[in-house]
Design a protein around this ligand. Sequence first.
Ligand code: GLT
Ligand code: MN
Length: 345
Amino acid sequence: MSFQLTNKAGKQGVGAGVWNLGPGGDPFGGPTREAIPFIDRIPLLAEAGMSYFEAHDSEIPAADIDKALVAAEKAGIKCAMYTPSFFADPIFKDGAMTSNDASIRALGLANARQAVDSTVALGAETMVFWNGREGFDFVLAKNGRDSFKRLIEGFNAVGQYSLEKYGNQIRFAIEPKPNEPRANMYLANVGEALYLISRLDPSVQHLFGVNPETAHSRIAGLDYLWDIEMSLEANKLFHIHLNSQDGQRYDQDLPFGYTEPVKDLALLVVLQDTAWDGIICFDVKAPRTDDPKNIQDVLTVSGNNLVWLWERALRVDRDKILALRAENRSTAIAGYLTQVLYGID
Ligand code: GLT
Ligand code: MN
């Protein structure tokens, strides 16, 4: 199985993270499935229709890259992105780049440089920075202005390292999230990430963009499509993490297309119209309740929904939307989208 999108510009195929096929633990209970070794998840992703995998340095460390490449080649799958885990190791409990402790900031930077090398070794073109522990739980625990300057310094240093060693071979996508695991996270939304990029050294700015994730925008109570449109307007949509989120609560990483199909349809209309040529990646979580034999369902459901919604999005009459817009009929636009989605042909 593989998910192909009709008339998709640029990169074909879809991707997902090796962490998406986890053992089902949550903060209230241990795993419900036996943990599958990370390298063994690569063929499972391919079998579920993914053409690309994604991984953290904690899942596929530098020492395992050769093994991962062999597994990927065998499964006919490539690496879409690699990302340093600045949140799992207890040493980064108060952040990496924004830790108050200079030695921990230095360690974060060393890990990021290593992750740049690993990204290149895996043949990926994108490295993601997720803001997992970069934030605060108590006011005045950190000096916010200093933290922001440290983020600028950190990203400048990683960018310069990559530029000097690899030129423009890889790009960095900052993935915003407003909270969880921290009460308040720096780079909480796309706007903050874009502002940070505007403050980077001009020599590295072109290497940095954003990786908006549906659930993260929704947890913040923001509209995901606007986040995408703003990233596109800034020419900074470097990666994409699609999933679903059932309102403002804990991060659910539900299958793409599940909670807001009309909005997902509109998102795909925008991606088609801008001829977005990047890989479309899911960040979904196999739920705790799914049996081991069905662990891939979260990927196949997301993939099918993507293909079906993509085909529907191709059918959306753009002129009709423009005409309704000109008549100031926004409710009718909503009705037209639901007709394309649910109407009987
Ligand atoms: C973590 C997070 C995801 C990020 C991953 C990349 S890790 O699972 O919830 O949204 O994309 O670091
Ligand atoms: Mn994500």
